[in-house]
Ligand binder design. Structure first.
Ligand SMILES: [Cu+2]
Length: 306
C-alpha cells in the first residue's frame, strides 16, 4: 500500500478483500486528496479575503468586483476534474458491477433474504435448483417459506447469519427481503446493494483473501437495525467443500452425483444472474441445467398485499 493510500486507513476503511475493491479504493483515495486540496485552497483564499478586504482598509464596498478571469478558470478546472472522476472512473466501474456478471459456470450462486433483523442464505443444494418459496409458508421453522412439496427444494440449504464462499471464485448473490428495505453491505468486499421486498436484485464480487468478514445492514430498517449483522466466511476450496457437505448432511439431503465440471458436492450451474425478470414474469430456461419442466427460482418476496 502506498503512503498516499493511508488516507483510506485514516478514514476507517477496512482492508480490501475483493478483486475489484482496489479500484474503488483508488477512487476514494483520489477523491479525498482532491477534496483535501480544495479545502486547503479555499481556506487560504478565505483567510486572504478576510485580511485583504477588511473594513479598516476598505471602508466602502466596491461594487465592480473581480476583473481577472482566474477564478473562472479555477472553477472550470474543478468541474473538469470532477467530470472526469464521474464519467471516466465512477460510472464505468459501476456499470461493470451491474452489467458485466461473471460466467455462471465458475460462479457460486446464493440467495440472500433480509428480514428484521437477520440475513437468511438460501443455497440450491446438490441438484443446483432453488426450491420454490412462498411467503404464506413462512414460519419459525421455515424462515424462507420453502415449499415442502417442491422436489427441487428438498435438498436446499438454508442458513441463518453465516455464509461460506470459496476464495478466488465469483460469488453472485441474489437479494430480496421479507419485510422492509434492507441493504446487504460487505465493507471488506466494497459491495453494498439494497434488498427490496418484491424484487430480486443480483450483486457480485470475487473474494481474493480468506477470512471472516462482517455482513451488515446498510439501511436503517427498524429498532433492531444495529444488530442486523451476519458473517461472510471466505474459505479455501477444501474448507468450502467440507462446509457444503456438512450443510447438506444437516439438511438431511441425499447427495446427487456432482457434475463433472464443478468440484464434488457443488451444485451445477444455475440460472443466468442479471437477467432475472421481475416477480410474476415467466422465467427464462436455464440452458445447462438438467431437463426439467420446473421453472427456476421463484420470486421470493412478499407481495405488498401479503
Ligand atoms: Cu436491515
Amino acid at each position: 500500500m502506498s503512503s498516499l493510500a493511508l488516507i483510506n486507513e485514516l478514514i476507517g476503511l477496512p482492508p480490501n478483500a475483493s478483486e475489484h475493491g482496489y479500484q474503488i479504493d483508488h477512487i476514494i483515495e483520489f477523491c479525498h486528496w482532491f477534496m483535501g486540496a480544495l479545502f486547503l485552497g479555499w481556506s487560504v483564499f478565505f483567510i486572504y479575503v478576510l485580511l485583504r478586504f477588511r473594513k479598516g482598509k476598505h471602508p466602502v464596498a466596491d461594487h465592480e468586483g473581480v476583473k481577472s478571469g482566474i477564478s473562472t478558470h479555477l472553477e472550470f478546472a474543478v468541474v473538469l476534474i470532477e467530470a472526469v472522476l464521474l464519467v471516466g472512473f465512477a460510472i464505468p466501474l459501476w456499470a461493470k458491477r451491474v452489467n458485466q456478471f461473471p460466467e455462471t459456470k465458475d460462479a457460486i450462486l446464493v440467495h440472500a433474504v433480509g428480514q428484521q433483523f437477520n440475513w437468511n442464505f438460501h443455497l440450491p443444494g446438490p441438484d443446483g435448483q432453488f426450491g420454490r418459496r412462498e411467503i404464506a409458508l413462512v414460519s419459525n421453522s421455515n424462515p424462507l417459506g420453502l415449499d415442502p412439496n417442491d422436489p427441487a427444494g428438498k435438498d436446499d440449504i438454508v442458513v441463518l447469519g453465516e455464509l461460506h464462499v470459496p476464495v478466488g471464485r465469483p460469488v453472485i448473490i441474489e437479494l430480496s427481503s421479507k419485510d422492509v428495505i434492507h441493504n446487504f453491505a460487505l465493507p471488506h468486499m466494497r459491495m453494498a446493494q439494497d434488498a427490496i421486498p418484491g424484487q430480486i436484485i443480483p450483486m457480485w464480487f470475487k473474494p481474493i483473501k480468506t477470512g471472516n468478514y462482517e455482513v451488515v445492514c446498510g439501511q436503517l430498517c427498524g429498532l433492531g437495525h444495529y444488530g442486523m449483522k451476519g458473517m461472510l466466511v471466505v474459505d479455501n476450496p477444501e474448507e468450502y467443500q467440507a462446509w457444503l457437505k456438512e450443510r447438506v448432511e444437516l439438511s438431511g439431503a441425499q447427495s446427487a452425483p456432482a457434475p463433472t465440471d464443478r468440484p464434488p458436492g457443488e451444485p451445477p450451474v444455475g440460472p443466468t444472474p442479471g437477467t432475472i425478470p421481475p416477480p410474476g414474469a415467466p422465467k427464462t430456461e436455464n440452458p445447462t441445467a438438467q431437463p426439467q419442466d420446473k421453472p427456476a427460482a421463484p420470486p421470493a418476496s412478499p407481495s405488498p398485499s401479503a
